[in-house]
Design a protein around this ligand. Structure first.
Ligand SMILES: Nc1ncnc2c1ncn2[C@@H]1O[C@H](COP(=O)(O)OP(=O)(O)OP(=O)(O)O)[C@@H](O)[C@H]1O
Length: 362
């Protein structure tokens, strides 16, 4: 169990700044996810925590221990990689035993702990197989057992699910998260898959160009994105230009949005006073314009359905607005029962859960 501190971590390769001012405390036992597109610095940060890469400046601490100059094999980290990185000529048990042998644990204890961890990952009885005789999901379970059997201070996982097919990926999320909760190992998990990050994490750090753009529990990051980048990267979002009109009682701000008005919270102040409204597709309402009392009122926009996809429990609509923009709307339950057809005129209500972010990215 370890609290992990990243203290003003910077990394440059020549003139290229790969990490800039990464500063974060990760509480003991947290499942912490680094989420971002390719090239934003996730793997570099993970490798700095592991000790394979030295930061240009800054510190990595495990508890009160400064690990910045400590070599990787002395940090007590367990690692799981995308490509499993198992020894192909060693059996499953030998693979799992590797870290214990290196630590000179007594052979009898090694046997006990290896079978305990094989059981924990659901591979009891398969210890004599070679990795080549296992499926992708099973190989990743071996890698997980090998990383956890040493009872690491910190577990580091670099896109561990990316090589698995879609349904196995979803199943393995559960395996990894359950084991992490059982062992309470402080974990850093790298992914570019926002769904994976939302489903598994205690905290998500959304990275952009070597910086953490926003960090928080999944529900917070999803509901209260502070930038358009985060709103767009985590879940899908309609982003509409919004002109601030003033502040209501209760701290809500009133905006003009495409000719109508909407109120909501400002998540981060804009330097130039320009904002975007973030509206999640599932928070927008949709109804036929032909219904009685359907002139668009406050907080409503008129549009026309240009595409409709019925997906059972929900229906996804794309609604074209008169100014040429499209809105994505998701309707669930009865409202989502594909009742509105392609080409129909509709009224979209903006609802009261919209938030506002600066138009310009910081
Ligand atoms: N050894 C290196 N020398 C020079 N540049 C490097 C080195 N390692 C990484 N980089 C650069 O640092 C940036 C961040 O790379 P990193 O692998 O950390 O990104 P990432 O977010 O993990 O992306 P991916 O998901 O594609 O692995 C990239 O622009 C990469 O080209």
């Amino acid at each position: 169990m370890t609290e992990l501190s990243l203290i003003d971590v910077n990394k440059s390769y020549g003139d290229v700044r790969v990490l800039e001012g990464v500063h974060r405390k990760i509480a003991d036992g947290t499942f912490f996810t680094l989420l971002g597109p390719s090239g934003c610095g996730k793997t570099t940060l993970l490798r700095i925590v592991a000790g394979f890469v030295s930061p240009t400046s800054g510190q990595v601490r495990f508890g009160s221990d400064d690990m910045t100059q400590v070599s990787p094999h002395r940090r007590g980290v367990g690692m799981v990689f995308q490509d499993y990185a198992l020894f192909p000529d060693k059996t499953v048990s030998e693979n799992v035993a590797y870290g214990l042998r290196a630590r000179r644990v007594a052979p009898r204890d090694i046997r006990t702990r290896v079978s305990e961890y094989l059981e924990r990952v659901g591979l009891a009885g398969l210890g004599d197989r070679l990795p080549s005789e296992m499926s992708g999901g099973q190989r990743q379970r071996v890698a997980l057992a090998r990383a956890l059997v040493i009872e690491p201070r910190v577990l580091l996982m670099d896109e561990p699910l990316s090589n698995l097919d879609a349904s196995l990926r979803v199943q393995m999320r559960d395996v990894i998260r359950s084991l992490q909760l059982e062992t309470r190992t402080t974990t850093i998990f790298v992914t570019h898959d926002q769904e994976e990050a939302l489903a598994m994490s205690d905290e998500i750090a959304v990275m952009k160009n070597g910086r953490i753009d926003q960090c928080g529990p999944p529900v917070d990051v999803y509901r209260n994105p502070e930038t358009a980048y985060v709103a767009d990267f985590v879940g899908s979002a309609n982003l509409l230009p919004a002109e601030r009109l003033g502040e209501d009682a209760g701290g809500l701000h009133r905006f003009r949005v495409l000719g109508t008005q909407a109120a909501g919270r400002i998540m981060r102040q804009s330097d130039d006073g320009r904002y975007l409204m973030v509206a999640r597709p599932e928070n927008l309402g949709i109804r036929p314009a032909a219904a009685p009392d359907s002139a668009p009122g406050d907080g409503q926009l008129s549009g026309r359905v240009v595409s409709m996809q019925f997906q059972g429990y929900r229906t996804s609509y794309r609604v074209a607005l008169p100014d040429g923009r499209d809105l994505q709307v998701e309707a669930f339950g009865e409202a989502g029962a594909a009742k509105i057809g392609r080409g129909e005129e509709v009224i979209v209500s903006l609802g009261d859960t919209c938030v506002f972010v600066p138009e310009a990215d910081s």
